[in-house]
Design a protein. Structure first.
Length: 128
């Protein structure tokens, strides 16, 4: 199985970006970058392709689903797995996210102490 080496986390909330960077940073072999918007994420991913993108659903301007669509439309980024991070976890919403091409969903609020484990489990599910 391919090893997870780099994660791009996208969220318009600076506090949450910092918490995620700290939580995932507990794995010293993992490179973590954060972005405040979908547009910034597209630009960052084009500069250095991440192994995995964790993407907030509710953001101003370019929301998570629109950002995912942009990733899928860009040949260089089309195969990067994207996991939504959201409080919207009703079964119908989860089904919609799957239909959009999301590789998984992490529920907000998440436990920072379990986030790295959740990400690893999703990675194994994606590449298992």
């Amino acid at each position: 199985m391919r090893q997870l080496r780099s994660v791009l986390y996208v969220d318009d909330e600076p506090d949450i970006r910092e918490i995620v960077a700290l939580a995932l940073g507990l794995d010293g072999s993992l490179s973590i970058r954060t972005c405040e918007s979908g547009a910034a994420a597209l630009e960052a991913a084009m500069q250095r392709l991440p192994d995995l993108v964790l993407l907030d659903v509710m953001m101003p301007d370019l929301d998570g689903p629109a950002t995912l669509a942009r990733f899928r439309a860009e040949p260089t980024l089309a195969s990067v797995p994207i996991v939504f991070v959201t409080a919207k976890t009703m079964p119908s919403e989860l089904q919609r996210f799957g239909a959009l091409g999301a590789a998984g969903v992490i529920s907000k609020p998440f436990d920072p102490m379990r986030l790295l484990e959740q990400v690893r489990i999703l990675w194994e599910r994606i590449h298992g």
